[in-house]
Design a protein around this ligand. Sequence first.
Ligand code: WTA
Length: 657
Amino acid sequence: MELPHQKQRTFEPSAEAQAGANVAGMEAYRALAADAERDYAGFWGGLAREAIDWRKPFSKVLDESAAPFYTWFEDGELNASYNCLDRHVASGHGDRVAIVFEADDGTVTRVTYAQMLARVARFANALKRRGIKRGDRVVIYMPMSIEGIVAMQACARLGATHSVVFGGFSAKSLHERIVDVGAVALITADEQVRGGKTLPLKQIADEALAMGNCDVVRSVIVYRRTGGEVAWDTSRDAWMHEIVANESDICEPEWVGAEHPLFILYTSGSTGKPKGVQHSTGGYLLWAVQTMKWTFDWKREDVFWCTADIGWITGHTYIAYGPLALGATQVVFEGVPTYPDAGRFWKMIADHQVSLFYTAPTAIRSLTKAADADESVHPARYDLASLRIIGTVGEPINPEAWLWYRRHVGGERCPVVDTWWQTETGGHMIAPLPGATPTVPGSCTLPLPGIMAAVVDETGQSVPDGQGGILVVKRPWPSMVRTIWGDPERFKASYYPPELGGTLYLAGDGAVRDPETGYFTITGRIDDVLNVSGHRLGTMEIESALVAHELVAEAAVVGRPDATTGEAVVAFVTLKRARPEGEEAEQLAKTLRDWVGKEIGPIAKPKEIRFGDNLPKTRSGKIMRRLLRSLAKGDAIVQDTSTLENPEILDQLGRAV
Ligand code: WTA
């Protein structure tokens, strides 16, 4: 494959970006990486003592005796919420603004660290009063809000493990997660508001709880966002503002061991059921702090804005924990980039003087399109001079989008940090250091200091640079996934498969390294996971949803490259009745798309559905997905089809509805 490096130019960090950077120049980067190589435990131990206020210091950094169930700083004790709030107030920074919240309609609310601490303490006390304690699991199904972050921090304060479910997920997806995690409480809102439209979260939560097996959920706590109509079960439901009204704003944090599960976040894997990725407290928090300093070169004067949702890992590490742990000022946004118009992001950067901006390639691509169509929402029309560093995450960024971002948003001045990482890694893994690493469009460049990333073949052997392979991480790192909730065997099989020798962390992505620079380029998932607008979706999850419809006999789902969303979902479906055509096919496709929206959530709706009399299968009955991928793309079939039972089906499926 062609490496970005071979056709694109390299952008050196400007003198301005280097001056005073937390890691200034490649010498400094190499020195850090060499330190980590020389004394791995000493390196992380030193950083952990610096980044975190420990209640009880740890005596050992890394324990590999139960590999791959690694533990970090195990006998150390801390509290994440104390580290995010109390310590800043204690050191005299209580008046600093923690969150600048901008609502969908543009209303701005500011909360200082002292106010945030009081709110978190009051809510934690209210949760305690409702019996929530250390080790309990609490599901949070909330819109982007100060209250959502308060809920996460309050759980952390009590040592309760939160599991945030993205507000775009359906009742069924929410139910599945509540049951799997064994939640004792659910925190939600009456409604969510995005792009001028409301979504009835409480109603969806009620539906989820009515689906059965949720008896352990004792409390449902509701944040009143809109005042919209909601059904009420007085034995179970309570308003957030009512239960905090008489609580004290002092709440002693619950000191927990470093390995105590701070949160569980569900993500899609190659099999049907989402995986509950379990994270620690100590190692995770260290990573959140350290990557803010490294990748975003965070300084006290910065205004940080990560546009992710708290329902995803990016919103955990770079909204709910990282910025707060540093005492940073950050912008939190309720709405969408295109409302009231596609200049919203640029206007907000100018209004709030944002200096560090972090978003997804999909947003950049759609805003590029909007700016091309309507000059009035072009970033050039806004004053973006406050920006210092701009970042991307979630999916591969194509060089054109990268260059547009650098030029029109970064003013050819701001380093672009393309950050590769995953729900499982807790934070950035491969990313440029803005004051050090020369950047190349389309490449996430080099592993952070101490991260031993490599490209190997199916047997775990290194492949030569320039040749594609499987991305792995050779040594454990502090913020890595600890297990899959309730399924340690699946953890081992998914991330430390025996085929690779059992000691390499399998990321699930393909990658290639540049022979000259060692730079990594991510080539996309190598498993049955799709990435649509930066959202991870399992093909099997969507297939299960489709076949759950009474009319569907069989379904196969594949990804197709898409200019805006990165990948698009294409479903091939056979029905229990004759293959529909024309208008009927269109009608049915719509029905099934809505069905998937109800089963999983709107993000999983197939962009296209094609009906066939059958699916292409081998004589042993296996669906040939690689053929479907070619058909979805509209490519000519060049693969060998001699093993195919029913070659004539390709012609039928090759035609769009
Ligand atoms: C993809 C999001 C290319 C990748 C933080 C990974 C990327 C999956 C990048 C994780 C990037 C994330 N370049 N691909 N900079 N960042 N990915 O768990 O396929 O929602 O495995 O975590 O997104 O998605 P997740």
